[in-house]
Design a protein around this ligand. Structure first.
Ligand code: NDP
Length: 248
């Protein structure tokens, strides 16, 4: 099972991989894990100090030199994504992987009283930004011999649940974006596209969603990396359009 996958130490050697929300939580663990398996990682996020800390951790661990790209997905424009794609092309000249990980929880309250600005921000960060980033980077991904795009889902993106509001709806949309893109790319390119539900994981987001829970009752981000590595590396070549779980 992908949850038990054991990645070769050089699984991602020579690959260039972009991780969104790379400054904290699961994205931070994934960036470090990908770099630890040989990838040059582009750290995208909104808090530069956090990205710099991850950068330093990767370098200290002996990983390939990463790059930092600060971007607030709530406000980024089409031009910002074009600038990012150009910078990637100029700096690395290739892109082999894209982990859409950044996300926000938003308000958790009934649809009946959900506030539109909060709703719109969740859809912007969790869905629209993924579309814009995917569209901007597709030309580079298409040049890779074999590329992987991973979208981050959630249990509530596969079955709706009361009071999860825009967050749940955004994750359903994420699954939809994954399926549409996978279908479009089937047979015409070597890009595989899948979704991944990390499952309950001890991060700031989880702790804020479940304040009454003992944080350590959930695995740490570093513990759920096997599926993240499996989907990013060559052992998942040819698998596309599927929904994965990082736990059980
Ligand atoms: P965290 O809140 O710990 O981390 C989210 C990351 O996304 C942070 O680095 C954050 O940056 C970044 N981010 C948020 N908003 C923006 C923005 N506007 N622009 C750029 N970056 C942004 O969450 P998790 O690590 O827990 O979640 C990662 C993914 O996993 C999310 O998609 C989440 O929905 C999903 N998930 C998590 C589960 C869990 O139990 N933890 C369960 C199911 C799904 P900053 O640090 O600067 O705020």
């Amino acid at each position: 099972a992908p949850q038990d996958y054991q990645a070769a130490p050089d699984l991602l050697a020579g690959k260039v991989i972009l991780v969104t929300g790379a400054g904290d939580g699961i994205g931070r663990a994934a960036a470090k894990s990908y770099a630890g398996h040989g990838a040059s990682v582009i750290l995208l996020g909104r808090t530069t100090a956090k990205l710099e800390a991850v950068y330093d951790e990767i370098v200290a661990a002996g990983g390939p030199q990463p790059a930092i790209f600060p971007l607030d997905l709530a406000t980024a424009t089409e031009d910002d994504y074009a600038t990012l794609a150009r910078a990637l092309d100029e700096t690395f000249g290739q892109l082999d992987g894209l982990l859409h990980n950044a996300g926000i929880l938003g308000e958790r309250r009934p649809i009946a009283s959900a506030q539109y600005p909060a709703w719109a921000e969740v859809m912007q960060v969790n869905v629209n930004a993924q579309f814009l980033l995917t569209r901007a980077t597709l030309p580079l991904l298409e040049q890779a011999p074999e590329a992987s795009v991973i979208f981050t889902s959630s249990g509530v993106g596969r079955r709706g649940k009361a009071y999860w509001g825009a967050y749940a709806v955004s994750k359903f949309a994420t699954e939809g974006l994954m399926q549409v893109l996978a279908d479009e790319l089937e047979n015409t390119s070597k890009i595989r596209v899948n979704s991944l539900n990390p499952g309950a994981t001890n991060t700031a987001m989880r702790r804020s969603a479940y304040p009454g829970e003992t944080p350590t009752s959930n695995p740490a981000p570093a513990d759920i990396m096997p599926t993240y590595l499996y989907l990013m590396g060559a052992d998942s070549a040819g698998i596309s359009g599927a929904a994965f779980n990082a736990q059980g």
